[in-house]
Design a binder for this molecule. Structure first.
Ligand SMILES: NC(=O)c1ccc[n+]([C@@H]2O[C@H](COP(=O)([O-])OP(=O)(O)OC[C@H]3O[C@@H](n4cnc5c(N)ncnc54)[C@H](OP(=O)(O)O)[C@@H]3O)[C@@H](O)[C@H]2O)c1
Length: 253
């Protein structure tokens, strides 16, 4: 049972990056809390698998395959959602990627790929969704940031720069949309056990070493982000705007 303030019953939520990792965990959490989901990412088989799991917990989701770096596909995602449900109460902007190189060794194509996936896409998603939420005078946008947006991670500086951008995008939009009762917040997950973090440099030895540096002595599981996403998406956070909720076991002090 979900207590009323945290219930998502009657709310329509778009979750991008819902097929794997943190986005998938949030989709399952939101389905359990009663939300009607619209799930998006690029791989249709992965989306179908996630939709099957979501359907076991709650309403059957609308699947809209979307590459969030493409403006037309982002606009299609918003259009399809409004056509089907007439509203968007929550939008979770999740996908992200990294490249592990010094800034000065990064070429323009690599820079553009990271910025397009991590930052420009969130701008496109927020811009497309904002008029729908503004018209209803209600809505919650949640952007997936990272502690790397506050504190330079020297081996992934371009990622850090993009996530610093996500944090400032969140604050700027919280300022612009606040008067319309639309809230914009971010979650900054600590190192979590997902495909994203299973890059060769993050082998088991590295993850074990990192776990020992975290006050809670473990890295995160994707499900550790669900409570924060539920809080920020639900009426429990109805006066929370422009904040970044760090969920990292106390790693960023
Ligand atoms: N895992 C960590 O340690 C960690 C730590 C801090 C912050 N974060 C942030 O948390 C977010 C989620 O990370 P994760 O670890 O859950 O990643 P993940 O396991 O790699 O999952 C990424 C999800 O995003 C989708 N996606 C990727 N590129 C996309 C695109 N261009 N258009 C649409 N969907 C796309 C993927 O599906 P398709 O490939 O099929 O599109 C997948 O569903 C990211 O923003 C990441 O930066 C992660």
């Amino acid at each position: 049972m979900t207590i009323p303030l945290f219930s998502l019953e009657g709310k329509v939520a778009i979750i991008t990056g819902a097929s794997r990792g943190i986005g998938r965990a949030i989709a399952l959490g939101y389905a359990s809390a009663g939300a009607q989901l619209v799930i998006a990412s690029r791989s249709i088989p992965d989306l179908d698998k996630a939709a099957h799991e979501v359907s076991k917990l709650g309403h059957g989701p609308l699947i809209v395959p979307t590459d969030i770096t493409k403006k037309e596909e982002v606009e299609n995602l918003i259009r399809k959602t409004v056509e089907q449900f007439g509203r968007i109460d929550i939008m979770v902007n999740d996908p992200g990627m990294t490249i592990n190189k010094p800034v000065l060794d990064t070429n323009e194509a690599e820079w553009d790929t990271i910025m397009n996936t991590n930052l420009r896409s969130f701008y496109l998603l927020c811009r497309a969704c904002a008029p729908v939420m503004r018209e209803k005078k209600s809505g919650s946008i949640i952007n997936m940031a990272s502690p790397a947006g506050y504190r330079l991670v020297p081996r992934m500086p371009v990622y850090s720069i993009s996530k610093a951008g996500v944090i400032m995008l969140t604050k700027a939009l919280a300022y612009e949309l606040g008067p319309h009762q639309v809230r914009v917040n971010a979650i900054a997950p600590g190192l979590a056990d997902t495909d994203f973090s299973r890059m060769p440099e993050n082998n088991e030895a590295y993850q074990a070493k990192r776990a020992q540096q975290i006050p809670m002595r473990r890295i995160a599981q994707p499900g550790d982000m669900v409570g924060a996403a539920l809080y920020l998406g639900s009426d429990a956070s109805q006066y929370v705007n422009g904040t970044v909720l760090v969920v990292d076991g106390g790693d960023t002090m």
